[in-house]
Ligand binder design. Structure first.
Ligand code: NDP
Length: 287
């Protein structure tokens, strides 16, 4: 009789709420395509107070890794042995790799964004980039762009969140070479002349508010500006539709999501998944 190994390799996501997290769809598609029949991605609802126990459980069950989403991305850092330099700067971890009980924390949100940009043929080096928002996604993206040699970042954020925007500017100034300014977002924001890349890093346009788009003066976007959204549901947000209708080169947040999921898989399995398979699975799940 052939020797069998019925042991599962476990990865997944800790979050609360977790039920709407579509990571499993993308990751399972990649595992199937790679022939990794004994890899399982578990969507696990973990409330804030139970995070420490969940991490103990992860180690006890020898899970290979975990993604962390709201509300755990910052809190989880205190349970991790090694934190990647960019994740430390961002101040958040969304991916943990478990090497025989030693936990390494990474932030693949920003890295996924950078690959999406590169896949679109856009380099951030020497560029002026306007980032709308100063939350978690904006932070991850700004740090990666600064480390990749962007010339100037403009962080635009609603005044209610001024501390968030100013905090991000301080981190960038103290730890990277990029020049950066903060603009309180009041009324219709005019995109400055010479902007090479415009990023919507707010949650505006996210399902179910699919007709909403960031309050900017769309006529002020120059024809040469590349436009990137972080919102991935729907695939074509009102923001991206507006950019597309104006003939601007643009890309949906789905590219960033698929790339960060692909990075997770490589970190956990050492294999490179087919991103097209993952993208198709995501599109089907959200259609
Ligand atoms: P956060 O809540 O941390 O940040 C969102 C930011 O957008 C906040 O600063 C928020 O301000 C601001 N904002 C919300 N509404 C408005 C508005 N009407 N006008 C201006 N600013 C506004 O969320 P995240 O950064 O974690 O996520 C942002 C988006 O990015 C979400 O849609 C998320 O799904 C997406 N995302 C996509 C990823 C991908 O791989 N494609 C990865 C990670 C996130 P306030 O706090 O005051 O509401």
């Amino acid at each position: 009789m052939k020797e069998q190994n019925y042991l599962d390799n476990l990865v997944g996501v800790f979050g609360h709420p977790a039920s709407e997290n579509c990571g499993v769809v993308i990751q399972d598609a990649a595992f199937r395509d790679l022939g990794l029949t004994n890899w399982r991605f578990l969507t696990i609802d973990v409330v804030r107070e139970d995070l420490a126990d969940a991490i103990k459980g992860l180690k006890a069950m020898k899970m290979r890794g975990i993604n962390c989403t709201i509300p755990h991305k910052i809190e989880v850092m205190k349970y991790i042995d090694k934190i990647a330099p960019s994740a430390r700067l961002i101040g958040a971890v969304n991916t943990i790799i478990n090497d025989n009980g030693v936990l390494t924390g990474e932030n693949t949100d920003g890295q996924g964004f950078m690959i999406a940009l590169s896949d679109a043929g856009v380099s951030p080096e020497g560029k002026h980039i306007v980032i709308l928002g100063a939350g978690g996604a904006a932070r991850a993206i700004s740090v990666e762009l600064a480390l990749a040699g962007a010339r100037h970042l403009t962080i635009v954020n609603i005044p209610q969140d001024m501390a968030l925007g100013e905090g991000l500017v301080k981190i960038l100034k103290e730890n990277t070479q990029v020049s950066v300014d903060y603009v309180p977002w009041e009324g219709k924001y005019k995109i400055p002349a010479g902007t090479d890349i415009l990023v919507n890093a707010t949650s505006v346009g996210l399902y179910p508010h699919v007709d909403d788009k960031p309050n900017i003066d769309y006529d002020s976007i120059e024809k040469t500006t590349y436009v990137q959204d972080v919102v991935f549901n729907p695939a074509v947000t009102a923001f991206i539709r507006e950019a597309g209708n104006r003939g601007l080169k643009c890309q949906s947040g789905q590219a960033m999501l698929v790339n960060q999921a692909a990075l997770n898989i490589t970190m956990w399995t050492g294999l490179k998944p087919d991103k097209e398979v993952m993208r198709a699975a995501l599109e089907q799940a959200l259609s």
